[in-house]
Design a protein around this ligand. Structure first.
Ligand code: K7E
Ligand code: CUA
Ligand code: CA
Length: 645
């Protein structure tokens, strides 16, 4: 397969298959069955056969990618956690898991969803209970400055409830969550990289969000059968305030999202041009689209009052439909036709191109940034003319990473491969040059890759060292652990001509997209500043119980190996708020507080303050104890809560 002399159609691995037929589609819908239809060299994963082990390199070489005890990883990888609702931090190349960041989920370890502070971020109902307990994180992207990561924030979507969360990168904790109006299935998200108009703003101030599922705009149960009126919405959130700035009504739907390096455009691939409600309707058209949003024009339209509002939301919604945008010179949105049911759109690090993969077409469509701008100027007859290449690369292409050396790496879900293709060769081939060979390498992965991404590949500093393939199936790659398998994250060295598989990392379900960032770009703090918390209990001497009617506040500190109060007394029926400040200043010295039968469990990191509120409805003695091993006398670190009958 990897022989340089292999013909391009062999390398492309598609030959007879062209566009997917109905049988292959049936295979797609049942998951992995379609992977039987693949070249002989890439053995199909069967239930038990560990057949497809890569024989490409010696075991000794694999050691090169290990990180010895006491040594630090070269890269961080920040990963979404799918329907776990969280995000994770790994080290690369080791694949070691460092941290799970609770975002939309509840988390016992840190008390996310337990403390008052986290509940406020997550959002509550009028009775103070959490509005949602679930989330589905797919795409995680940091804020930018001058085309690369600035280490301030990461943004991540919740597909289920249509929420966007922000994670502070100094503490790696979620600090804001916003719910998008009129949106279900918020899928792709991407921060902008600079302002479209003001050159001084060369950093992220907006976050773009693609709404995948079309719904009635007044979703009040009165118009559910009028499916032709269902609409999808593209949203823009302010990166600082995390308020929704504006939204765009589109024809069809949004899926993944990318942003341009010059700040002028955001784009989303669209698999449901048909506006179908059932899956066969969504696959009926031969072509779908990639939509480009003209950010400056949209914001002018909002300023000029050319918007509507829907369903009780106050957010301005501009018209991005084809009917409302017939003249390119005033259009807010450009619809570029691409292969059937695309999945994924990625901007190349040089800012020139967007790769939009076919999924149901064995092609990647390459769209040139400047030509889209030309269309908006009225200088391109047809939006399709913005397409500069459409190489046939294999079956089920999804996501594309770039190496900064002119090559693209696309995951092939159905072929269970990564295909490396050369951008310039693809452009030449599209122009009719028969000698141009777009596909330069392919590598089997185990199995069914979803996202693949390169080190720094979504910045202008793409370094071309690693590609990580986040695979959806792992089957025979790890010891069996019952019906739910781990997923596989396969690390591939892309620094040479040939891709080299160098590690299999088992990861808990289910990562979608991740990024790989050199360690020097991430600057975290290990100890909080006590003054960041207005309710901090700054001295053990300040520990006390204050009562106002039935409301009782317990001021508490922790300092290994004691809490500031040996016991505290409340009355049955009191509303009790415990404020706990960790006075320890030593790095890594975290304490916890758990109260049996009261469902309280949270941690306080060095110099951090958190609080919980509950009704003392059960009289008796309750040992409030430290959960986080902190000291030789950790087990002795406990106080009594006395609830009088
Ligand atoms: Cu392909 Cu939600 Cu990015 Cu999953 S999406 S893989
Ligand atoms: Cu404090 Cu354990
Ligand atoms: Ca379609």
């Amino acid at each position: 397969m990897n022989d340089k002399k292999a013909s391009q159609s062999e390398l492309a691995g598609i030959g007879r298959r062209k566009f997917l037929n109905t049988a292959a589609l049936a295979g797609l819908t049942v998951g992995v069955a379609a992977c039987n239809d693949k070249p002989a060299a890439s053995a199909a994963p069967s239930a038990a056969a560990p057949a497809a082990a890569p024989a490409a390199h010696a075991a000794s070489e694999v050691g090169k990618y290990e990180v010895a005890p006491g040594q630090l990883d070269e890269y961080y990888s920040f990963s979404s956690g799918g329907h776990s609702g969280e995000c994770r931090i790994y080290g690369l190349p080791s694949g070691r898991l460092f941290k799970r960041i609770p975002v939309f989920n509840m988390d016992c370890l840190v008390g996310w969803g337990v403390t008052n502070e986290s509940k406020k971020i997550l959002g509550t109902k009028p009775d103070g209970s959490l509005k949602y307990h679930t989330g589905d994180t797919h795409h995680i992207h940091p804020s930018y400055k001058d085309g690369t990561y600035d280490g301030r924030y990461m943004f991540v979507n919740d597909k289920i409830h249509g929420r966007l969360a922000r994670i502070r990168m100094d503490t790696m904790e979620t600090d804001k969550i916003v719910e998008l109006p009129l949106v279900q299935g918020f899928h792709g998200t991407f921060p902008d990289k600079r302002d479209p108009v003001d050159p001084a703003i060369n950093y992220t101030t907006r976050v773009f969000c693609g709404g995948e599922f079309a719904i009635p705009l007044d979703n009040n149960g009165k118009n559910m059968d009028a499916t032709a009126d269902y609409r999808s919405i593209f949203s823009c959130v302010d990166a600082e305030s995390m308020e929704v700035r504006w939204q765009v009504l589109v024809d069809g739907n949004c899926d993944l999202v990318a942003s341009s390096y010059d700040g002028k455009l955001a784009c989303t691939n669209q698999y449901n041009t048909e506006n179908g409600v059932h899956y066969e309707d969504m696959m009926s058209a031969e072509m779908d689209a990639c939509l480009f949003f003209n950010i400056a024009r949209i914001e002018e339209a909002v300023k000029a009052g050319k918007f509507k509002t829907y369903g009780g939301s106050k957010v301005p919604v501009v018209d991005g439909t084809k009917a409302g945008n017939s003249d390119p010179k005033t259009s807010l949105v450009c619809y570029v036709p691409v292969g059937k049911n695309p999945h994924g759109v990625n901007a190349s690090p040089d800012g020139k191109y967007y790769a939009c993969s076919g999924k149901l077409s064995p092609t990647a469509t390459l769209i040139e940034h400047d030509l889209v701008l030309k269309w908006f100027d009225g200088d391109l007859k047809d939006a399709r003319e913005a397409v500069v290449a459409e190489p046939e690369i294999g079956l089920g292409p999804l996501h594309t990473g770039f190496d900064g050396r002119g090559n693209a790496y696309t995951t092939l879900f159905l072929d269970s491969q990564i295909v490396k293709w050369n951008v310039e060769a693809a452009i030449k081939s599209y122009k009719g040059d028969k000698t141009a060979q777009p596909v330069v390498d392919r590598l089997d992965v185990m199995y069914q890759p979803g996202h693949g991404f390169t080190s720094m590949g979504e910045t202008k500093d793409a370094d071309g060292k690693y590609f990580l393939s986040d695979n959806k199936f792992s089957k025979d790659r790890f010891l069996p652990v019952g019906p739910l398998h781990p997923e596989t994250a396969q690390l591939i060295d892309i620094s040479g001509d040939k891709m080299k598989l160098v590690a299999d990392h088992a990861v808990y379900s289910e990562p979608h997209d991740s990024i790989i960032v050199p360690r020097n770009l991430v600057r975290t703090r290990q100890v909080y500043d006590i003054d960041e918390f207005p309710n901090a209990v700054k001295d053990a001497k300040d520990c006390r119980v204050e009562r106002k009617g039935k409301k009782v506040t317990v001021y508490l500190t922790s300092q290994a190996p004691t809490f500031g109060l040996r016991e505290w007394t409340v009355k049955r029926g009191d509303e009790v708020t415990i404020i706990l400040t960790n006075l320890d200043k030593v790095e890594d010295l975290t304490h916890g507080l758990a109260i049996p039968k009261y469902d309280i469990n949270f941690i306080v990191n060095p110099q951090e303050t958190k609080s919980v509120t509950f009704i003392a409805d059960k009289p008796g003695v309750y040992w409030a104890y430290c959960t986080n091993f902190c000291h030789a006398l950790h087990l002795e670190m406990r106080s009594r809560m006395l609830v009088e009958a």
